[in-house]
Design a protein around this ligand. Sequence first.
Ligand SMILES: Nc1nc2c(c(=O)[nH]1)N(C=O)[C@@H](CNc1ccc(C(=O)N[C@@H](CCC(=O)O)C(=O)O)cc1)CN2
Ligand SMILES: Nc1nc2c(ncn2[C@@H]2O[C@H](COP(=O)(O)OP(=O)(O)OP(=O)(O)O)[C@@H](O)[C@H]2O)c(=O)[nH]1
Ligand SMILES: [Mg+2]
Length: 465
Amino acid sequence: MEHHDTIVALATPSGAGAIAVIRLSGAEAITIASSIFISISKKKLSKQKTHTVHLGHIKDGHKIIDEVLATVFKNPNSYTGEDVVEISCHGSAFIQQEIIQLCLRKGCRMATAGEFTLRAFLNGKMDLSQAEAVADLISSDSAASHQLAIQQMRGGFSSEIKVLREELLNFASLIELELDFAEEDVEFADREAFQKLISKITLVLKRLIDSFATGNVLKNGIPVAIVGEPNVGKSTLLNALLNEERAIVSDIAGTTRDTIEDEITIGGIGFRFIDTAGIRETVDVVEGMGIKRTFEKMEAAQVVIYLFDASLIENSDEKLQKLKNEIEKIRNRFPQKQLVIIANKADQLSEETILNYKNKISDLTFLSAKTGQGVEALQSALLNFVNTGALRNNDTIVTNTRHYDSLLKALEEIIKVQEGIDAGLSGDLLAIDIRQALYHFGEITGEISNDELLGNIFANFCIGK
Ligand SMILES: Nc1nc2c(c(=O)[nH]1)N(C=O)[C@@H](CNc1ccc(C(=O)N[C@@H](CCC(=O)O)C(=O)O)cc1)CN2
Ligand SMILES: Nc1nc2c(ncn2[C@@H]2O[C@H](COP(=O)(O)OP(=O)(O)OP(=O)(O)O)[C@@H](O)[C@H]2O)c(=O)[nH]1
Ligand SMILES: [Mg+2]
């Protein structure tokens, strides 16, 4: 990729809208924009101050394409750090294309996905983890994922990593300095302070690594599998939770063959509900495949909702005992998971029956997926499973798998350094592991990067960002 070209792209979604924004960035941005934009005031864009907006016309020769607003940003004071011109035109798909084509003919190149933000990174406007947060921010769809992205974009995580990196770098330099004076047997690096620093870094790294479990869930939504025998009302419950006729419901056992997933937010947290094929012994090959998938989804879920049809059991002690055993089996099979046991079709039950249930089996949630009674209480219960403490405290929470991997590798190296100190290793050997740890810190913020990594990261952006 050539980073000196002037690039152009639509910054707003494609299709018709009230207005659309076309962005140009690069050394020729102002010259190229000037060649197609005639300001009402007749003043050249190049003569305008940075961060000013001008009314005028986009012209292709003598033909007027549109009346627009043009905003000028002069390097280094722009999003990308380069000269930038933004053209706000009327949001017709035709006008958008005409203006972009015109820019291309005048010497722009089409921007690739994320190229504006890539340039912002390359020009030092933000570090790599901040750039990644820009993409997370655009795709955030709940209060929680939004808060995490904003925090990362503002540099909370970056500065925490940067501080550790600088402190460690400082020590690495001192230790390496000792190597130059090996004969004199001097110690520039205070060993006690060094030991303190390594302990501190270990703690911070462990905290950040632990935060990923929460961060990953808050960013991507909490997977909740709805499981149970056929016909107990799983699909009805999914529809009630989503408030939408998403899954087919029928009184035929085995209606849902494949898993059906959809997301909603409850109290600002995203939840991904997975309706599954009812579990039973079957000779039907396709149904069997669906049931196999049910177990896979159960494995992957954080919360498992086990539903049974409470109207079938009534007051039979034998059936109640069987149910109790079934619940026990599930608890034993998934000891790590949050389990919610739901007695569905409560609308069919008398007060007396409900009491009988409660006496025999603890921790039952009574609900009617059909009437919606109890569904809100279930939502509140689900919310209680989420540890939002870290979110409320504004702690740094790691949400990105790439950062998580680098943190794990950094910790591995720091542990080696600690072991080295304990074993009384010489400075030159300690320095090797310290450098490795520094390398992994640098990967997170982008001091260490390569074209392949940058390509992978920015390919996931939208064009125009
Ligand atoms: N029209 C428009 N809206 C937008 C953006 C944009 O580029 N254009 N943004 C982005 O996509 C976001 C805002 N982010 C921005 C960040 C920095 C600068 C900027 O001009 N920075 C300069 C000047 C700072 C200053 O005035 O002090 C700089 O960093 O030097 C602009 C937008 C969201 N909205
Ligand atoms: N009375 C009553 N009927 C319900 C309730 N929930 C579901 N039903 C009915 O039970 C039948 C089965 O519902 P589904 O939601 O299709 O059941 P399922 O668990 O998804 O079944 P499979 O997909 O076959 O595994 C339908 O006739 C629903 O209308 C409820 O709370 N009360
Ligand atoms: Mg179903």
